[in-house]
Every structure is written in structure tokens, then in C-alpha cells.
Design a protein around this ligand. Sequence first.
Ligand code: NA7
Length: 572
Amino acid sequence: MANDAAPSPDRRPADGGPFDAIVVGAGFSGLYQLHCLRDRLGLSVRVLEAGSGVGGTWYWNRYPGARCDSESHSYGYFFSRELLEEWEWTERYPEQPEILRYLNHVADRFDLKRDISFDTRVTAARRDAAANRWHVETSAGERLTATYLILAVGCLSSANVPKIPGLETFAGAWYHTGEWPHEGVDFTGKRVGQIGTGSTGIQAAPVIARSAAHLTVFQRTPNYSVPARNGPLGAEFKRWVRERHDEIRDVVRTTPNGHPFRIAERKAFDVTDEERRAIYEAAWEKGGLQFRASFRDLLVDKRANDTAAAFIKEKIRAIVKDKATAAVLAAIDHPYAAKRPPIDSGYFETFNRDNVTLVDIRARPIERIVPGGIVAGGREYPLDIIVFATGFDAMTGPLLRIAIEGSDGLTLKEAWRAGPRTYLGLQVAGFPNMFTLTGPGSPSVLCNLPVAIEQHVEWITDCIAWLRANGVDRIEPAAEAVESWVAHVNEAAAATLLPTVPHSWYLGANVPGKPRVFMPYAGGMARYRAICEDVAARGYAGFVLGGSDRAAARPARVGGFAAAAASGSVGV
Ligand code: NA7
């Protein structure tokens, strides 16, 4: 899209609307969606945001060590040259406060805040088919209406606090990392228990251990991690980035995972054992998510993956001095990067500290929480603070906690009873004029998210512009288009090792009762982008355009995905 910032016309509906569009959420996606619809298309838009400020994920996730795993020069918007030129990151991986400053800078620069209602949680959205409108309700009891409902609620914004018996009796304080107090938590002199060793727990533990009297890490599933090798960016690197914005943008937009590096062409067994080892050593030293790009078959061939897994386990055993602790940390039973691969700053080294203990709760599960701490394996661990680094009801959670009712009273909960079903991760049959940003069925969490977000926002903006130019007042996917897309999402996942991990949140397995469906599209962001462009070029093939609600059962042209079926490289 062009980098234009036309002055926004003064089309300001009354408080409740009707608006052209209501956008739910003011994170990376909601902010850009507001900018595109308001400043490029001249639409009236209201953004509703539960937090008191912009930022979404980065507004809520303020836990110690919170940092992005994408490299800073790829973690941001590419749509505005001026924005690229005026912003400079300070570290290889931006820390949460810096990302929040960036998003506030964006919001101020494009004058976005005047169209955002903060402290406003959307509780319900109901479709009025006759009026072709969406009615939205907020926790404050406000009612707003709009033609388009755009859910920019994020993939990881619904905190998962496990229902451990006795939590309510705990005499100390407890926190979930995704809902961290703004004033911070002082761990000085405290006995802290941390549950969870995903990307978040792996970031938090080293920082908590530095100030706590004692840190006990409760590990259910051991996890791989590769050093991030974070550090301040030097003047030379900053200059390199300044001179290469176009090149970096082209790379992130054409790789499967949206990161600023290419996946190697070679396969793991194209090289000798010594060469492979040297490649892994170099990648380990370089650090970061690029480790998994060492060979192109790591996520599709278990034997290839085993070589990376064995290398990392060996590193864990070399770093962690206590043999028993090292064995528990290295007892990893899933393929490397088949769950979200963490990167760290001194995670395994943390277990060499005198004030850190690892408890294997796979062997001896947590039984209950008592006033004085956590009981696991028949033993009580005395604690003052419990940190739940237990993740999220990912992807569908943030959507389903809004009571969304589409045509004929069909609720999203019912429509997704057996798992999420979308067309391109953008729309749901029976919910005309409702769009999801980075929703299930799109690459979302398998991609460097700002890259996925820009593509989604621009596609939706172009789509709405096209609908208006062609006098089409509603759009929803045809049932058969959803069928084909769901089949293609499954086919893309099945071509990888990702669905082989039974306890992965990609499958919804971390939330009791959640249907086990592989949610993100694993065919790669570049391929996904091409499919979306093709669909648009073919007059929005697979969508039912105009007519009345529930016309979606009508046959529509779909086609096209099989030719683009997943191959070796995967976006993670
Ligand atoms: P994750 O990756 O879902 O990790 C959550 C961790 O919490 C993981 O180790 C879980 O073990 C553990 N967990 C969850 N529930 C429990 C219970 N009931 N008992 C013990 N342990 C539990 O969330 P993160 O916040 O780390 O990362 C989410 C994403 O944010 C990340 O991928 C990045 O994209 C950013 P399990 O593996 O389920 O056995």
C-alpha cells in the first residue's frame, strides 16, 4: 500500500455510532488498522481497548525479563518510511518498556489516540442482519454500532491460570505474567515459586533469581532454549539497519516466518557430522531464533530434528553443574521447535545459583496450594510469592471471551465448538463483515507478528475499499471455502512435526476442555501472502459478496490452495 497519510476527514459519528468500523484492541494490529481505515479510506472508526493505554500484549506483559524474541530491526511496522527512519532500537531484542514506547510513538505520530476508547472492554457483539450492522457492548454498558467489526484482540491475551486446588488459600501474593502489576513486584528477600517454563518462564527466571531470596522453578515439560545473545546495538549495526530498510522489509516479507534471515537451503544430512556440529556451534554462538534455520528440514524430518535436539541437550548438560538438575532440564521429549522455541539470557546458568531449585512436577505433580506454599510430590515448598508463567488460552481465547453472535443467533462458541474454522484466518462463515486479525487459520504465532499483522491489516483495508468501490455491502466466506481452508491448514500442519507434540498450545492442549485442533497456518507467511493476494485478484474468490446474511451456503469459487501445499520450509 502507498505510504500516504491523508488528513482524516471530520466524519465523527455520535459516541455510539454508527461507525463504519469498530476495531477491538489497540495493540500492533488495532493501531495500524485504525490508521489504514481512517487515514487512507476516510472511514469513521472507533477502537475499543480494555487497557488504559495502547500496546496490547506489550501493555499487559510487564513481567521481569519481558522481551521480544524477534530481532528489533524486524519488529515493527514497515509501512511508513518516515517512521522507519525516525525510530532507533537500542538492543538486539527490544525489552517490553521500549516496545511500549515505540507503540505510543506510533499512536502519537499518526494521531491515533483520539479515536481510541481506553479502559473499555468489549463484552458482546451481535449481528443485526436486517440492518447489516454489528452492535457492540462494553463492560461499562455502552452500546455502539458499526458496519464492520474487526477483532484485533491478539493471540496471547487471555491469561491461563491453572485451577490448582487451594490457590484461594495462599497467604502470599500471586501473579500471572500476562497480567503483571504496573508498579512491578519486589522480590527482595522473598521465596518465589515459578510455575511454567515456556518462553515467558525462561525469560523471567534469571531476572527473578537475581533479587529473590530463593526461586523454586516448577517444571512440567522440559524445554529447549538457545541463547538470545542480547546486547546493546552498536553504532555500526544501527547504520547498517538505516541503510537497509528496503532490503530488510523484502526479506521479512518473503521468508516463511517473517524474520530477518533466510532458512538455509541445505538439509541436515547434506553435510558430515563434523560440519553439522560446526554449523550448530556457530548458530549457538550467534544466538536467537535463527538457530532453527540452520537446516531447512529441521521441522519436517524427525531424524534431522534429532541432530539439533541432541546438540541442545548436550549444551544443557554442559552448562548445568548439578547432574540431577541437568538431567531433569534435558529430559525433553518433543522435537526441537515443534513447540514455540524459546531463546534466553542465562536461563540454564540460573540453575547453578545457590538460591535456585528445580522441581520436576512431571515426576511429582503439584497437588495443591496451601497458605504457606505449594505442595508437590508430598512435599511443601514454602513460598511468599507464586508467579504463574503458565501461558495463555491462545488464539481462540481472546475471541471467545467476547459473546459474539452472528447471523440467526449463531454464536462463535457454537460455530467453533469442535475448534476454530475460518477462511484464511480472516473471516468466519455466519459472521458477515467481521474480520479477525492474526486469527486461527492464519500464520499468526508462527510468524514474526508485526509482519503478519501488516499483511492482514492491508488485505482487510484493500478488501473494504474494494467492497465500497463496488457497492457490495457485506462479505462472508462460503461454507465450502471454509472447508477447503480448514483442510489446507491441516494439510500444512501435517507436513511438519508441529502437530506431533500432544501438549502444545498450538493445539489448544494447555487449556482443559479446549478442542485439539492445530490452530495456526504452518504453510509459511510468504505462501499465505500469495494465497491471499490470489484470492483478492480473483474478485475475492471463496467469499460470498452482497446478498443477505446466510447466503454463504451458496456455491462460490474457491480453489487454489492445493497447488500451494506445504513443502519443506515452515513458518515458526
Ligand atoms: P507457554 O509457552 O504456554 O508456557 C506455559 C508454561 O506453563 C509451560 O511450561 C507449561 O507446561 C506450564 N504450565 C501450564 N499450565 C500448567 C500447570 N497447570 N501446571 C504446571 N505447569 C503448567 O506460555 P508462555 O507465556 O511461556 O509463552 C507464550 C508465548 O508468548 C510464547 O510462545 C511467545 O510467543 C510469547 P506444559 O508445557 O504445558 O507442560
